[in-house]
Every structure is written in C-alpha cells, then in structure tokens.
Design a protein around this ligand. Structure first.
Ligand code: ADP
Ligand code: ASP
Ligand code: MG
Length: 411
C-alpha cells in the first residue's frame, strides 16, 4: 500500500465527464489498496474568467479581494470531484485550503506555503476516505484566503506530498510528460522519460508552464518522487523528475541540452544615464524589492561619461508598479536621463546539465539566432542555462530554430 498524491490540472477537470474520468482513475488506484489524496485545479479558463471579472470592477484589483474571488474556481471542482467519487461508491471528502490549513504568508496572489496541518487528512485517509484538496489556495495567519500564483495547484500537490510523506506525487495534465520544449510550439518536441531535478527547476524558472517552479523547489527540498503524466491516457510512465545521483550512470549518453523554455510574461525596465558610482544598483533595486516586485535579469553597462545604463526585467503585470516606484521613489535620488518600460519582449532559454562539461553552447545559440536575424537584447547564464531576451514577435521562431540546432527532435 502506498500513499499517492494525484494532482489534476484545469483541462483534466474541464467538465463533468472529465471529472468522472478523474474519479475512475482514483478508483482504480484505490482498488489497488493505495491511499489517495487528490488535488484539483479550477476548470480550465475559470481562473482567467474570475480575474477578468474582478478587473471589470477595479482595473488593478485589490489583491486580498482578488484572492477571495479567484480561489472559488477550485472550490467548485473539489466538490464535484468528491461527488463523482461518491457516485462510484468511494468515500470522499473535499477540503479547501483553509479547511486543511495550508498556512501561507500574506503575499496575496503569490503567497508561499509555510506549513501544512496534515492531521485531519491523515485521519480521513486512515478511515478509508479519498481526500480531495483545492489546489492554488491557502490561508494566512489571520484567516485571509491567499493564492499561490498561477499554476499554483502543482505546488499544493507537491507540498501535500511532502507534508504527508507520500510515496509519489503524480501531476496529471494534458500532455503525457515533460517535453524537450512546449509541444504546442514545436510539434517535433520529444517526451523525456526522465529529467534531473536541476534541469526541471531551470526549465520551470525560465517559463515552462508544465510545472510551477515552486512545486519543483518543494520536490527538491523534500525529495518528493515527482512524475508528470497525461490524464487522458491510461498507459504510459510519463516523465520522472530524478535527483542527479540516480541518473549519473547515464551521463555519457545524456544530451548536452535537455530542453528549451520560453517566457512571454516578462517586461523590461530601462533606466538610462544614471551616475556610475557605488550604491546605484541598490538605490534602484532596493525600493523595487521593498515593493515586493520580483526581479529576474539585471544588466548594468560599463559607464563611459560618468553615467551608466541599467536594465532589468520584472513580470509584465508588475511593469506599471515598478515604473511608478522608480518615478516616485528613485528618480529624485538618481536623476536618470530616461526611465521606460517595454513589455513586447520574450525570454528564450536553453537548459542542460551537459553544459557543465561542454564549451561552445552559447556561441552555437547566438549563431543560430544571428542566422535568423534575431537581435539579442539581454543575456544571462547559469552553469546549466543560457537565456536571451528578444523581441516578442520572434519568440516562436527562435524556439523552433534552437530546437533544431541542438538536435532535440524525435530521432
Ligand atoms: P495544467 O492545467 O494541467 O496544470 P498547464 O497548462 O499548466 O496544465 O501545463 C501543461 C502545458 O504546459 C502543456 O499543455 C504544454 O503546452 C505546456 N508546456 C510548456 N513547456 C512544456 C514542456 N517542456 N513539456 C510539456 N509541456 C509543456
Ligand atoms: N487555477 C489556477 C490557475 O489557473 C491554479 C492552477 O491551475 O494550477 O493558475
Ligand atoms: Mg499548470
């Protein structure tokens, strides 16, 4: 007997028939004698609909009230999934984030899980229930409803698996595993039987939406056995996220590049002509951090005439807020020549642990983009990743040509 957490995404619970399908799979696992915790997302499109509704009333919705609204999508699907299980004669009970007590911090719309009270779930599991838990939501110490950021149900699933010390966390979605890149953009993309945790972490952080980054972080921290599978197929092992030690034996055969990620969600903030002196980066980015705005790439040019240019990227949703912070709190101290934003950018990243032992990956990437006439605006690298910011309109082309150049398509 194993304890398994199964997370089903929005397309997997998009209508009553698909929810019945989820219930049938859960029933099969239950019949094998396993204890099952199910985590569900809202029906696909529902969270977007709720955000749009909020924006009709307030252009930049108050985050606390937005969370109250967007957490309701999952409340519908937990009830429906529990009902579908009962219809199959299975004991089932739904839980909102508050009812479990998935305690988070108070960063509305992007809260972090601090603690999970697993006591009630454990009791119910031991009493033979399937526990159906709402993804994406939690509660802060004052009882306010919080949400975990888009795609956050993955994180609910993995965090629950960690808290319950589950034997496996299965992420069921509309693709049958993790691919070399998004198969919607490159139909030739190839499914990976396994991928190292480090690579998955980079792919997720660079925008591969198949797993939310925080879910991968949790899996790494608590060594959760994590697998991505299709909810539309009954066969197949999907993709297993491995920890490097387990896959070392294959090092020689492993490809240098495992995957390509892309992200259209960032915007570039450009601060031109600031004094080139100690403390400038802090003066610019300190207030941005204080405003709880996450910064991704940062570039500072070498100064020429005593001034320098400073560019960084933030989430598109936070471009307006970042520009306001700079204009209101920073410009008075730094007297920049110009402060502007550009949200027509995209980031494309190639990821692979093989990069550690191979030189020339960056130049191959840059040559491939140059041959297509694609201009690179920013570059950042880590030991296992090279990321470039380019004009948004060339993003899909860039992903396709890189996928080909690094020979990632089906053999
Ligand atoms: P869910 O609603 O089940 O959470 P998501 O839409 O969040 O599903 O994630 C699954 C989608 O992720 C796929 O349909 C696919 O388009 C996209 N995706 C992006 N990169 C990858 C990748 N490398 N491998 C597989 N899917 C990917
Ligand atoms: N329903 C939420 C979203 O659309 C959470 C999730 O699906 O993981 O982002
Ligand atoms: Mg998702």
């Amino acid at each position: 007997m194993a304890l398994i957490v199964q997370k089903y995404g929005g397309t997997s619970v998009a209508n009553p028939e698909r929810i019945r399908n989820v219930a049938r799979r859960v029933a099969r696992y239950k019949a094998m004698g396993h204890q099952i915790v199910v985590v569900v997302s809202a029906m696909s499109g529902e969270t977007n609909k709720l955000i749009a509704l909020a924006k009709e009333v307030m252009a930049e919705p108050d985050p606390r009230e937005l969370d109250v609204m967007i957490s309701t999508g999952e409340q519908v699907t937990i009830g429906m999934t529990a009902l579908a299980l009962m219809e199959l004669g299975i004991k089932a009970k739904s839980y909102t984030g508050t009812q479990v007590k998935i305690l988070t911090d108070d960063s509305h719309t992007k809260a972090r899980i601090l603690d999970i009270d697993e006591y009630n779930l454990k009791q119910d599991l031991n009493d033979g229930y399937v526990c159906v838990v709402a993804g994406f939501q939690g509660v802060d110490e004052f009882g306010n409803i919080t949400t975990l950021g888009r795609g956050g149900s993955d994180t609910t699933g993995v965090a629950l698996a960690a808290a319950l010390k589950a034997d496996e966390c299965q992420i069921y979605t509309d693709v049958d595993g993790v691919y070399t890149t998004d198969p919607r953009v490159v139909p030739e993309a190839r499914r990976l039987d396994k991928i190292t945790f480090e690579e998955m972490l980079e792919l997720a952080s660079q925008g591969s939406k198949v797993l939310q980054i925080r879910s991968v972080e949790f899996a790494g921290k608590y060594k959760v056995k994590l697998r991505v599978l299709s909810s539309f197929e009954d066969e197949g092992d999907g993709t297993l996220i491995t920890f490097e030690e387990d896959s070392k034996e294959n090092d020689m055969e492993d490809p240098i590049i495992s995957g390509i990620a892309f992200n259209r969600d960032e915007a570039k903030i450009i601060v031109l002509g600031v004094p080139d002196k100690p403390g400038i980066a802090y003066q610019i980015l300190g207030p941005i951090a204080d405003a709880n705005i996450d910064v991704d790439m940062i570039i500072q040019n070498t100064g020429a005439d005593g001034t320098t240019d400073f560019t960084f990227t933030v989430h598109k949703n936070e471009m307006g807020k970042a520009l306001a912070v700079l204009r209101e709190k920073v410009q008075g101290h730094i007297n920049a020549r110009e402060i502007s934003g550009d949200d027509k950018i995209a980031k494309v990243s190639v990821v692979g642990i093989g990069m550690r032992s191979h030189v020339g990956i960056a130049s191959q990437m840059f040559r491939t983009l140059a041959e297509e006439g694609i201009n690179i605006q920013m570059i950042s690298t880590s030991e296992i990743k090279i990321a470039v910011v380019i004009d948004e309109k060339y993003m899909e082309l860039a992903v396709r040509v890189l996928h080909k150049a690094f020979e990632l398509e089906e053999a």
